[in-house]
Ligand binder design. Structure first.
Ligand SMILES: Cc1cc2nc3c(=O)[nH]c(=O)nc-3n(C[C@H](O)[C@H](O)[C@H](O)COP(=O)(O)OP(=O)(O)OC[C@H]3O[C@@H](n4cnc5c(N)ncnc54)[C@H](O)[C@@H]3O)c2cc1C
Length: 379
């Protein structure tokens, strides 16, 4: 039996991949039910392709808002440049990004999970050469392998004595929620628009029933949300009704090894990145597919899969996420240079396609077994 710790989007994805292949799997979740906090809202084409392979994409896409192009605008709304996902229609079955709450996905995944134990908190971990013992609030469970998808503060990671090296970013993100339809205020506005201006930058995301404005700021600015909105979106701010606003800190951290004995790490338990580019959960879902697929195919593939997943984070996700906000902190000349570079990329069809392939994580997406396998649990 494989035990998955954590019923977030990552743990549930791993469990569904294993269950579809006929591998016995049990999910242990400390909460009484699925989490309901509003967190990730971006699902990239590569992730939608994987979710389609798990049979949940169609219903999920119906719950979200499709984004067909990315736009960059000045803070007064002038269109600076844009890229259309049509450029990568030959690379994905889903040439759009989807904006939907991650809490819309988890119930759909849960329907395909055969065994989940709620109110079961893993409090300690021991392992030997044949298996792993999880000491939980509901007793001890023995598994052949464990996938630790228990989030950023992973108990499994801590109890195995593993570090989580990295740094906190010097800026935090302010997320403003509004039900004002920003595309009515600014016709033609894409639900994924980056406002880039030396005087103030932000990103806006349209979801099915609200919009989000994301600003990056130094910790503790002491400036009001309204004043910050005015600076970033001077022509729109007066007409934006703020429903909610909060800040969150972001870090860059990666575990040294995704595989420690018979324990595999996935999702936030293994890596944290800035939320810019919306890649961290997407990468976690890819971790889950890659590691679960390696478990199905045979334990000899696990070390390679573990190395591959870490390299995806260090070589793709972190640098791209950081590049996405390069210049938005107001360094002189950096915003203009970044926008000039983007406009040059957008004007060249091959370069635009390459940019979108990378932003969509299509160049690092793992291969998934598309059909059920019989009796192939790892040993
Ligand atoms: C405001 C915000 C916006 C974000 N936006 C994006 C975005 O647009 N795109 C993107 O890709 N990412 C985004 N992220 C990141 C994304 O939310 C996370 O990467 C994602 O939730 C990670 O999923 P996970 O399953 O690894 O962990 P989690 O979602 O944290 O789930 C971990 C689960 O493990 C359970 N658990 C924890 N400890 C134990 C234990 N000891 N025993 C049993 N169960 C346990 C928890 O209860 C929880 O259910 C955002 C994050 C935040 C905070």
């Amino acid at each position: 039996m494989i035990a998955v710790v954590g019923a977030g989007p990552v743990g549930l994805t791993a469990a569904v991949v294993l269950a579809r292949a006929g591998v016995p799997v049990t999910v242990l979740e400390r909460g009484p039910a699925l989490g309901t906090a509003s967190r990730a809202s971006t699902f990239h084409p590569a992730t939608l392709d994987l979710l389609a392979g798990l049979g949940v994409a169609e219903e999920f896409i119906a719950r979200g808002r499709k984004v067909h192009d990315l736009q960059w605008r000045s803070r007064t709304g002038e269109l600076l440049t844009r890229m259309s996902y049509a450029a990568i229609a030959d690379r994905t079955a889903h040439p759009f990004r989807l904006h939907a709450e991650q809490t819309e996905l988890t119930p759909l995944l849960l329907e395909h999970v055969p065994d989940i134990r709620w109110n079961t908190e893993v409090v300690d971990v021991r392992q030997d050469t044949d298996g792993v013992e999880l000491i939980t609030s509901g007793g001890t469970i023995r598994a052949e392998y464990v996938i630790a998808a228990d989030g950023a503060h992973s108990t499994v990671r801590t109890k195995l004595g593993l570090g989580f090296p990295g740094v906190e970013y010097p800026t935090c993100a302010l997320r403003v929620i509004t039900t004002t339809e920003l595309d009515r205020l600014l016709p033609g506005l894409s639900p994924m628009t980056y406002f880039r201006d030396p005087a103030g930058s932000c990103s806006v995301l349209g979801l099915p029933d609200h919009w989000r404005v994301i600003l990056r700021l130094p910790h503790q600015t002491g400036v009001s949300v309204e004043a910050l909105l005015h600076k970033a979106l001077p022509t729109l701010a007066d007409r934006i009704e703020v429903r909610d606003a909060h800040t969150y800190r972001t870090s860059r951290r990666v575990i040294d090894n995704y595989k420690v004995g018979r324990v595999l790490f996935a999702g936030d338990a293994a890596h944290l990145t800035s939320t810019a580019g919306g890649m961290n959960m997407n990468c976690g879902i890819h971790d889950a597919v890659d590691l679960a697929t390696a478990l199905i195919r045979g334990s000899a593939l696990l070390d390679e899969a573990a190395r591959r997943r870490r390299n995806v984070v260090t070589d793709h996700v972190i640098p791209r996420s950081e590049a996405r906000v390069s210049g938005v902190d107001g360094q002189a000349g950096s915003v203009e240079a970044a926008v000039r570079q983007l406009a040059a990329t957008a004007s060249d069809p091959a370069e635009a396609a390459q940019y979108l392939v990378q932003a969509s994580m299509l160049d690092s997406v793992p291969k998934m077994i598309q059909h059920s396998l019989e009796g192939s649990a790892a040993s």
